[in-house]
Ligand binder design. Structure first.
Ligand code: GTP
Ligand code: MG
Length: 184
């Protein structure tokens, strides 16, 4: 799970796992400063809470170091099956997100988009916002990646996202050798 600082990565992980205090949530951007792995089903698979990119309140050099760690992690992780890129459903497409997804495309890293905090929008506002996002994405992309919408406060999107993870895990069954198994 990745996305700009404060977009709701840790909250979404907690919502998916139905645990309040698993991943640290904060109103203060930059709370998640490490790569946190949460194992599920006795380590059969796991979720990863990545540090937010963007305006984390850390020094410039520390931010650069984080960026290096994140891009390294994403591009070298053999058993990364899917990256959920979170974007705030209320905001118009941000350059940093679009550029990041472009880099994912070039690097052939599979990803999907989760539009977060949809409880803060009316259904009409949400439709408009998603249509705008789609329009801008399709200027660069031939098609949209899988997209989800979520609300950590009302658990909207939980079934869809967990169902998607389950279908990916089924597809990946037997794919990893022992050496690259999540627990290795
Ligand atoms: P960093 O770790 O700093 O990168 O942030 P993060 O992306 O993990 O965000 P986090 O889950 O800590 O949430 C940031 C703030 O947004 C907190 O105040 C959350 O309570 C709030 N928030 C997250 N998801 C939702 C949501 O779906 N709805 C609403 N209303 N608030 C949310
Ligand atoms: Mg976090």
């Amino acid at each position: 799970f990745i996305g700009r600082s404060n977009v709701g990565k840790s909250s979404l992980i907690n919502m998916l796992m139905a645990r309040n205090k698993l991943a640290k949530v904060s109103g203060k951007p930059g709370k998640t400063q490490l790569i946190n792995h949460f194992t599920v089903n006795d380590g059969a698979w796991y979720l990863v809470d990545l540090p937010g990119y963007g305006y984390a309140k850390v020094s410039k050099s520390q931010r650069k170091e984080f960026q290096g760690i994140i891009t390294d992690y994403i591009s070298k992780r053999k058993n990364l099956v899917n990256l959920f890129v979170l974007v705030d459903a209320r905001h118009e497409p941000q350059k940093i997100d679009l550029a990041f997804m472009e880099w994912l495309g070039e690097s052939e890293i599979p990803f999907s988009i989760v539009f977060t905090k949809i409880d803060k929008l009316s259904s009409n506002q949400l439709q408009k916002s998603l249509a705008r996002y789609r329009k801008i994405m399709l200027l660069e992309w031939e098609e949209m990646p899988p997209t989800f919408r979520s609300s950590a406060t009302s658990s909207i999107g939980r079934e869809e996202i967990l169902g998607y993870i389950e279908s990916l895990n089924e597809q990946m069954e037997g794919y990893f050798t022992d050496q690259s198994a999540p627990n290795a």
